[in-house]
Design a protein around this ligand. Sequence first.
Ligand SMILES: [Zn+2]
Length: 72
Amino acid sequence: MVELGKVKKRKCNDCSEYFEETQGKMTILPDENKLIWHFYCKKCLRSWRKRGLQNEGLSNIEINEIIKREYP
Ligand SMILES: [Zn+2]
């Protein structure tokens, strides 16, 4: 957590840019034997989700609909 001006911002663990908390999500990731909270921006969450859905073999149309619903 870093304070930039008056608004507290969090650093995205993936793209390393700073975002307000509402522009992303805290996510728990297992790290060895403990769970660690990381912040990810919506853009990175979307592209992760997209890759996951592509691996499941969904079409681009289906993927776009799911992503629109989950990350409006
Ligand atoms: Zn990011």
